[in-house]
Design a protein around this ligand. Sequence first.
Ligand code: BT5
Length: 323
Amino acid sequence: MESTRKQLINILEKQKEHISGQELSDQLNISRTAIWKHMNELKKDGYQIEAVQRKGYKIISYPDKISENTLQWGLETSWIGKELHHYDQVESTQAIAHRMAKQGKPHGTVIVADEQVKGKGRMSRPWHSPKGKGIWMSLLLRPELAPIQAPQLTLLAATVLAELISHYSELDPKIKWPNDILVNHKKISGILTEMQAEQDQIQYVVLGIGINVNQEEDEIPEEIRHKASSLKIESNKTWEVQTVIQHILRLFEQTYDQYLDSGFEHVKSIWEHYGYRIGEEVKISTMKRSWKAFLVGIEPDGALLARDDSGNEEKLYSAEIHW
Ligand code: BT5
């Protein structure tokens, strides 16, 4: 059952003109005094509401502050973010998503935080997630896929982020295998996919997305400043975090549905279109050897395909690539 507040917001959102207190009270089946109290609460939350005598109420502007309501407002997705949890500060949205997965929360549940104090990357590396400056978000997915296909979801998510940046700015994003989004050779986003699986079936996947959005240069930790950046630094404009989250969720849903319908081929070609140094020669070292290779593209199991001078192709899962 939707809360009265949510229903009220829904009605106001659809309204082009003012709507009278009486009409709201009829539709929601609550008293006019209760409507008035809700309006005051909304104003406290940063909604600007115009109240005109004999005409009624109308929303003039929405709060800047991110909340569950404002994120869901106008989201227009069919399954992602139907259940959405927003926090001011968390240790890591990944941990919350795992907990929610175990509680049985549905496919498409989204966890967003303004700040993470123990944000993490792969192999427990730290992920810097300062307050209000970026997108720190985890998606809970329950795909009917085999565990071996899970890396495809990371690759898919990377294409969504690259497409989005490319669409909403003049920037030229690149996807560095396996999971970094670079702009002008600097990392502005990382993806962390964690999975719980039984032999041949994924139980759930927690897909963590971190994007540096509005940091200034001096807000990037000094030790990573040479290799990390933000959308703002690179584009010279401030981005509206909330709008970017909504775009990501919409495009993610669309891309994911298409992927389930028609397979990985489409994701692969978009990935390769944005792939960093794909089609170029790089130096690669593994435990066994070090050689020069031409990067061909990605494989359905998430491997990076490289070809050496004699035409031998090799699938790389973990190797040091001298980008
Ligand atoms: C990643 O790991 O790139 C995955 C990052 C995933 C973060 C999201 S945020 C929401 C969710 N909740 C979490 O707790 N995590 C996910 P990896 O490829 O291992 O990169 C980590 C490395 O990137 C670090 O060792 C630093 O060198 C660098 N780094 C740390 N914070 C950064 C930042 N904000 N921007 C760019 N680089 C960063």
